[in-house]
Write a protein that binds this ligand. Structure first.
Ligand SMILES: CC(=O)SCCNC(=O)CCNC(=O)[C@H](O)C(C)(C)COP(=O)(O)OP(=O)(O)OC[C@H]1O[C@@H](n2cnc3c(N)ncnc32)[C@H](O)[C@@H]1OP(=O)(O)O
Ligand SMILES: CC(=O)C(=O)O
Ligand SMILES: [Mg+2]
Length: 362
């Protein structure tokens, strides 16, 4: 294990100094595109400014015979497009694949100055992050980059979940984690065939009513409640990320047509502490932007609590409810997020600013 004193030293002579704090940049939707798909690639310039993160995907969903085309396509897009306020990320191929090394050694010299985050799939433990960490430092030094490229890991193996805390703390480059429900389900031998989302068979059932003789009527009509297959993993991921000052994300929702269930899954993740999610299709961007932006009602309430709490200590009553130091902290999470989002989203800024113009007591 590296000494705490060395943790923030560059891992290669001439590499940029590691960040001491991961920048809190809005990333409600990480929108995936396949740079080898001409139709998708052509849409990228017009998507700048409409989505927080554009991610050139090189891994799964890119055909094996298109891997080099995808990598070269991403280089071209990275060089030609002005990304303005939108972050540019990539998902490289898995570290045991024939492509991962060339992904990094090609992308960093060519577009490293524009790449904000490298997403690494199928991370098993800290050793995978250490490998990428050192390689990136060497490539950054060689390319003369002035700021470090951050690393995001996908949690999609049972071993990765077991090692989630050490993955989060493996490098100052660690920016965040995403849930990878498809590969994780396969690795765990779960019996699902979907990419994220729920399953009608994963449920609890209301207790049976009792008959007159006191026996359970198990054949009676009983309500069932579908449960969230991903709750445990998302909750672990949120805790590990919060403990290490990095950011948790839900991942893909594969049923592109079911925008309602998609929104529900995203909202569960938002409420549990995730800062964003993936978008696989243009129509998922608006869902993610809506869900991962605090509502006007929440911001109105949060600002009232902040105002009512004065110096931030003690307890007050507001609308019949107790507010104190701890509920104030929850409200500040919302208010801070709203400020970050308002800085990049003019429509949201208008909505949040309008709260100030409302009559007192509204
Ligand atoms: C488990 C995991 O690893 S998840 C992550 C990996 N998976 C991905 O990245 C998948 C990315 N998304 C896709 O490949 C596609 O959206 C698909 C295959 C799901 C659906 O694609 P299509 O059948 O073309 O969808 P659809 O016909 O609705 O597309 C409408 C338009 O949006 C475009 N489009 C679709 N997805 C995207 C995208 N992600 N980015 C930009 N444009 C897109 C299509 O090219 C099409 O363009 P056109 O109007 O010029 O013809
Ligand atoms: C996100 C991803 O890669 C997966 O679900 O497998
Ligand atoms: Mg995967």
């Amino acid at each position: 294990m590296r000494s705490a004193k060395d943790f923030f030293a560059p891992l290669a002579v001439g590499a940029p100094a590691p960040v001491r704090e991961v920048p809190a940049r809005p990333s409600r939707a990480i929108h995936f595109f396949d740079p080898s798909n001409p139709k998708m690639a052509a849409k990228v310039p017009a998507m700048v400014g409409t989505v927080d993160v554009l991610l050139g995907n090189l891994e799964d969903a890119v055909k094996a015979d298109k891997k080099i085309e995808a990598r070269e396509g991403l280089v071209r897009i990275g060089q030609e497009v002005d990304f303005g306020p939108t972050q540019l990320w990539t998902r490289i191929n898995s570290l045991d694949s024939p492509w991962a090394l060339d992904d990094l050694t090609t992308l960093v010299p060519a577009i490293g100055h524009k790449l904000d985050v490298v997403m690494v799939p199928k991370v098993q433990g800290a050793e995978d992050i250490h490998y990428v960490d050192r390689l990136l430092a060497q490539l950054e030094a060689k390319a003369g980059l002035e700021r470090p490229i951050l690393v995001h890991a996908i949690l999609e193996t049972a071993r990765g979940v077991a090692n989630v805390e050490e993955i989060c703390g493996a490098s100052p480059r660690m920016q965040g984690l995403s849930l990878g429900p498809a590969d994780l389900a396969a690795d765990r031998r779960m019996k699902t065939t979907r990419v994220g989302g729920g399953h009608p068979g994963y449920l609890v059932r209301q207790d049976p009513p009792k008959g007159e003789d006191g026996t359970a009527q198990i054949e009676a009509q009983r309500a069932t409640y579908q449960q969230d297959l991903w709750h445990y993993t998302v909750a672990r991921m949120v805790d590990a990320c919060a403990a290490h000052g990095i950011y948790p994300y839900y991942g893909p929702f594969g049923d592109i047509t079911d925008v309602v269930a998609c929104e529900d899954q995203f909202r569960n993740a938002f409420l549990l502490g995730c800062v964003g999610t993936w978008s696989l299709h243009p129509k998922q961007i608006a869902i993610a932007n809506r869900v991962f932006s605090p509502s006007v009602e929440d911001i109105r309430h949060a600002r009232r609590v902040v105002a009512a709490m004065g110096d931030g200590t003690g307890a007050v009553m507001l609308d019949g409810k107790m507010e104190d130091d701890a509920s104030l902290k929850q409200c500040l999470v919302m208010v801070d997020l709203a400020e970050q989002l308002a800085a990049i989203d003019p429509e949201l800024k208008k909505q949040y600013d309008a709260i100030d113009a409302e009559p007192q007591g509204a």
